[in-house]
Design a protein around this ligand. Structure first.
Ligand code: MG
Ligand code: MG
Length: 265
């Protein structure tokens, strides 16, 4: 069941999502060779709680095992999504996707950004650039009068034109009082097909794009998803409200990119 949001509800979603953007910027400040993903999680959890919100990922149930133990997902290199922060040390040349969720005033925020650790190869920087472009191309299609398939088609076409893989097993989602609401928002699709996009529809669009083959496997921990061929993957996510003429992006990379400066992709 799809819950369309009122303008007031969209403002509450925006507040929660802006906090996610600011939290990711705090994490950006400490990403460097030598830092562990557990340290990133600590920074994020403290910042979220200091701002009167709750990290939605912490304790998130898993039908196949233990609930998620941390406040952010940190997915390094071949890890695609849902990596668990721990003793993994980031090295020069790595990439790390940081996915963050907040719950504040009854509404959820959800956004992700893939960061470079020090200097990263041109091949991998290009993967990040194209994945971020694909996110924005998807968002351009999140307008009244289009359908969900138009979003997926646009993302898929852009990434596949660069010979990248589009992960199928994990998708974006509706968002509101719950982090995961209907509808599912695949990063692949057919133009003109799927749910009609209406004003008040709020969704998280999150392309998960691979340098090699698109197939993924789940690690033993029951959470971490990695590429089968162990080539790198990128992940960028915004929460948006479908609009007339253009979508309203409720999360923000502005704070992150102020921290990254000229090194931003
Ligand atoms: Mg997310
Ligand atoms: Mg999401």
């Amino acid at each position: 069941m799809i819950f369309l949001k009122t303008d007031d509800e969209i403002e509450l979603l925006r507040a929660s999502n802006l906090l996610v953007g600011r939290t990711l910027a705090e994490v950006a400040k400490v990403i460097r060779p030598g830092v562990t993903t557990k340290e990133l999680d600590k920074v994020a959890e403290e910042f979220i709680r200091d701002n009167g919100a709750v990290p939605t990922f912490k304790g998130f149930p898993n039908p196949y095992g233990a609930p998620f133990p941390a406040s952010i997902c940190t997915s390094v290199n071949e890890q695609v999504v849902h990596g668990i922060p721990g003793d993994i040390v980031l090295h020069e040349g790595d990439i790390v996707s940081v996915d963050c969720g907040t719950y504040m005033n009854g509404f959820c925020g959800d956004s992700a950004y893939t960061f470079c650790v020090g200097e990263v190869s041109a091949e991998i920087r290009q993967l990040l650039k194209v994945t971020k472009e694909a996110l924005y191309i998807g968002i351009e299609n999140a307008v009244v009068g289009k359908r969900l398939g138009d979003i997926g088609y646009a993302i898929q076409a852009h990434c596949e034109s660069h010979s990248y893989g589009v992960v199928r097993e994990f998708v974006g989602h509706g968002i509101g009082k719950e982090m995961h609401e209907d509808p599912q928002v695949p990063n692949y699709g057919k133009r003109g097909y799927g749910t009609a996009l209406k004003k008040g529809l709020c969704i998280a669009i999150e392309p998960m794009i691979t340098l090699g083959d698109r197939h993924v496997v789940m690690e033993q921990d029951g959470w971490t998803v990695r590429t089968k061929d162990r080539k790198c993957a990128a992940h960028f996510e915004h929460t948006i409200a479908v609009g007339t003429g253009s979508a309203d992006i409720l999360s923000s990379f502005k704070f992150i990119e102020e921290v990254l400066g000229d090194s931003a992709i």
